[in-house]
Design a protein around this ligand. Structure first.
Ligand code: C2E
Ligand code: MG
Ligand code: MG
Length: 257
């Protein structure tokens, strides 16, 4: 699929909760297979990690993002990075070289990592993350709350962002424990000076609750779906300088019903 050009990259906006300004987009790989149709990354990324193809896929996504973001001045782009990629000794140099070749500065990227590698090999992880950070890459801890979610990891590792997993948001408003947990994750982010993003916002109610909880950033179908680069360009053109998304509640209702 990599060689046959069946992969592409979609981008989903991340917005400031208070005024819905688009501040960045997350790059999400897509595979349209002539044989299987669209295959979810949740299904093929684990296989790519096992077979080592994740390295080629990772470079493809990064290279594509570097080209696409030339059209989006000032917008940051989040890139998902598998533990297997980070374990590869040349990862930091390879990514830095690709960015340089495309004349994009590393501080326009946020690398999204999960806890896997930090848990299995904290000493090596610390060194690698420090290196990426010193090169200018931003670091984001993805799916927070699903793994070990230790305060220790947040203190020890130089993360700038923390992403609250969508499973918490899904229960917001119905499960009081979720509200309390989200609230404490936001407080943790504030205390450690780490920006907090909540993922998976599907309804106006969830957005409203996250506003009340003072969650700084949100991402989810209610605000914008993952879309091809050309649609991001068109969206930014439509939004103008303010880059404020207009919440479309009629569409949100349609999506969740
Ligand atoms: P993730 O990094 O946590 O990405 C967020 C996932 O949530 C995406 O699924 C996105 O489409 C989905 N999502 C966004 N808003 C909503 C919402 O409101 N409701 C629901 N139910 N889902 C929402 P996607 O694109 O299927 O990706 C799944 C996972 O695959 C990602 O989770 C990430 O772990 C992995 N992945 C995707 N692209 C890449 C990549 O380029 N490299 C690597 N290593 N992993 C990737
Ligand atoms: Mg992610
Ligand atoms: Mg996530």
């Amino acid at each position: 699929a990599v060689e046959a050009g069946e992969l592409s990259v979609a981008y989903q906006p991340i917005v400031r909760t208070s005024d819905l300004t688009v501040i960045s987009v997350e790059a999400l790989v897509r595979w349209d297979s002539p044989e299987f149709g669209r295959v979810s990354p949740a299904d093929f990324i684990p296989v790519a990690e096992e077979t080592g193809l994740i390295h080629d896929i990772g470079k493809f996504v990064f290279q594509t993002a570097c080209q696409d973001m030339a059209e989006w001045p000032g917008l940051k782009v989040s890139i998902n990075v598998s533990p297997a990629q980070l374990r590869e000794p040349n990862f930091a140099n390879d990514f830095a070289a690709i960015a340089r070749r495309n004349a994009v500065v590393p501080n326009r990227f946020k690398l999204e990592l999960t806890e896997g590698l930090l848990v299995r090999n904290p000493t090596i992880a610390k060194r690698k993350l420090a290196r990426l950070k010193s090169m200018g890459f931003g670091l984001s801890l993805d799916d927070f709350g699903t793994g070990f979610s230790s305060i220790g990891y947040l203190r020890q590792f130089p993360f700038d962002w923390l992403k609250i997993d969508k499973s918490f948001v899904a229960e917001l408003g119905t499960n009081p424990t979720s509200n309390a947990l989200i609230q404490s994750m936001i407080a943790l982010g504030d205390a450690l000076d780490i920006a907090v993003v909540a993922e998976g916002i599907e309804t106006a109610e969830q957005l409203q609750l996250l506003r009340l909880l003072q969650c700084e950033y949100v991402q989810g179908f209610h605000l914008a779906r993952p879309m091809p680069a050309s649609e991001v360009t068109a969206l930014l053109a439509r939004l103008g300088d303010s880059r404020k998304i207009v919440e479309d509640s009629s569409r949100a209702i349609e999506r969740t019903s």
